[in-house]
Design a protein around this ligand. Structure first.
Ligand code: DCP
Ligand code: MG
Length: 422
């Protein structure tokens, strides 16, 4: 569907597309076993603590959703078909999808296992207007990979993502620049990325439930309700953000956390493990080409009490040494209050693209030495393998943070699973 608006010369083209696969893991299972077509199918753990990772649209009409306990899903659909996850397979299909997108459009940015932004403003001459490119992509994914997908388009990244969700399942919705406000007005503020349950509550208290209402509220009232994030949310709400592709790294985070079978009490042991995690995170940063400004320590006591403490640096870094020097003091400070630990995690946020930034911030002889050393260590570890590599690590967008990393889909830990970052 295209919302009609005159395409006059000089007008801004809604050429930022957001493509998201429909019911991704479940659709792959249905494709591979056509007998499942039309049935309420979920991918996830069938055990007592199992969780729904993906739900087919027939399952969704029964009220079943991702992250729901499997027991609840079973109650909603006694004829539920539960398929155990095949993560490696989904990862391969994900790579095929991304490859196909890259074949057609030069400017793509994968943001999760099954979604990507595409900038098609430059592809117009070759492939036609955005709606035509969107349909081409959806058709090729359907024909070559046998899978349904949906696409949203807008002049704004945030609005493109909202539009693809509105287009689901198996649809397309391109919002011309001048129809943006009208498109957004009736939608719940909950569709804005970054507006979680808390912000929704705060907005509800000032009588704001829809994006249209949010736009009517004076900025000062909004600032009181939402705090420092008010201007950013207001910009998203009126579709005026013009962030290009690949510039949202600061909204991402990356990290690792471990739960231990036995409580940890020995301070030297804790220090050693946090140090290892900081090094792991630094290595992930270097591998993905980012530097980070903020480091976050998470601690959980055996009774479940959880706290997070963060520290923001003047200069962003990808150095394990620097991360350690920030995160160890955070732990030292909390140690008296939390002498026994069940879980610890190290995460970095406010990421920025790497190379240049790394050079600027690390250009002292000493830290340049660290960089060399750490890069050499990366190579050695990659060659010999490391038990600590790869597990419990994700790179996720801020909007995904409600989906906790560190667990396999279909297993319940302390939250719904979302392990496939990038
Ligand atoms: N996923 C998961 N755990 C979650 C959410 C998602 O393991 N809590 C996995 C399964 C999904 C895939 O990631 O299939 C993609 O996530 P989406 O949020 O895009 O959800 P779907 O593709 O399943 O459905 P939609 O059609 O709403 O995009
Ligand atoms: Mg999807």
């Amino acid at each position: 569907m295209t919302m009609h608006g005159g395409a006059e010369a000089g007008e801004e083209i809604p050429g930022i597309l957001h493509l998201d696969m429909d019911a991704f893991f479940a659709s792959i299972e249905v494709r591979d076993d056509p007998g499942l077509e039309g049935l309420p199918v979920v991918v996830g753990g069938a055990g007592a603590r199992g969780v729904v990772a993906a739900a087919s649209y027939p399952a969704r009409t029964r009220g079943i959703r991702s992250a729901m306990p499997m027991a609840s899903a079973r109650r909603l659909a006694p004829d539920l078909v539960i398929v155990p996850p095949r993560i490696d397979h989904y990862r391969q299909v994900s790579a095929q999808v991304m490859q196909l997108l890259g074949d057609v459009v030069a400017e793509t940015e994968q943001i999760s296992v099954d979604e990507a932004f595409l900038d098609v403003r430059g592809a117009r001459r070759l492939f036609g207007p955005p709606e035509q490119i969107a349909q081409l992509l959806r058709r090729r994914i359907r024909e070559e990979l046998g899978l349904p997908s949906s696409v949203g388009g807008s002049v704004s990244r945030a609005v493109a993502k909202i539009a693809s969700a509105q287009a689901k399942p198996d649809g397309m919705l391109i919002v011309p620049a001048e129809r943006t406000a009208e498109f957004l007005a009736p939608l719940s503020v909950a569709v804005i990325s970054g507006v979680g349950p808390k912000a929704q509550e705060a907005l509800a208290r000032i009588g704001v439930r829809t994006i249209g209402q949010l736009r009517e509220i004076p900025r000062s009232t909004l600032a009181r309700a939402l705090g420092p994030r008010a201007p950013e949310i207001a910009a998203l709400a009126d579709g005026s953000d013009r962030t290009g592709l690949g510039h949202r790294a600061r909204d991402r985070s990356l990290g690792t956390e471990r739960t231990w079978d036995e409580d940890l009490t020995d301070p030297d042991e804790v220090r050693r493990r946090i140090t290892t995690m900081a090094d792991d995170v630094a290595r992930q940063l270097r591998r993905s080409g980012f530097v980070a400004r903020t480091v976050v320590l998470k601690l959980r006591a055996p009774d479940g009490t959880t706290l997070t403490r963060s520290s923001t640096m003047d200069q962003p870094t990808a150095s394990g040494e620097r991360l350690r020097s920030q995160v160890i003091p955070l732990w030292e400070r909390e140690r008296p209050a939390m002498p026994r630990l069940r879980l610890a995690g190290v995460r970095v946020s406010h990421l920025e693209p790497g190379e240049g930034a790394f050079m600027q911030s690390e250009l002292t002889a000493r830290s340049a030495g660290w960089q060399d050393l750490e890069t050499a260590m990366d190579r050695a570890l990659e060659r010999f393998g490391s038990a600590s590599l790869g597990r419990g690590s994700t790179l996720s967008s801020a909007t995904d943070q409600a989906r906790r990393p560190g667990t396999e889909p279909g297993e319940q830990d302390d939250g719904p699973a979302r392990r496939l970052g990038r």
